[in-house]
Design a protein around this ligand. Structure first.
Ligand SMILES: [Zn+2]
Length: 76
């Protein structure tokens, strides 16, 4: 199961409706009000390596891919 999007696992269970119901009941993520999982990357949904500065709300991987387009310049 991918952490970025838990619904990816549902695709396999579409042919087994009763198993799908059970899976959703026991594995759907909670609605968080605080903690690390509240802040997710806006592009890919990762929770690790989150960048909040400059109001970016991207993970480090997405930031690396899109930094040049956003106007960041690498000095080193
Ligand atoms: Zn990302």
């Amino acid at each position: 199961m991918s952490y970025s999007n838990w619904e990816k696992a549902l695709k396999q269970l579409e042919v087994k409706p009763s198993k799908l119901k059970k899976f959703v009941k026991h594995n759907s993520p909670k609605n968080r009000t605080f903690g690390i999982a509240v802040r997710r990357c806006m592009l890919c949904g990762r929770i690790g390596g989150h960048i909040r500065s400059y109001n970016l709300h991207l993970c480090r991987q997405c930031f690396r891919l899109n930094a040049k387009k956003m106007g960041f310049k690498k000095y080193s």
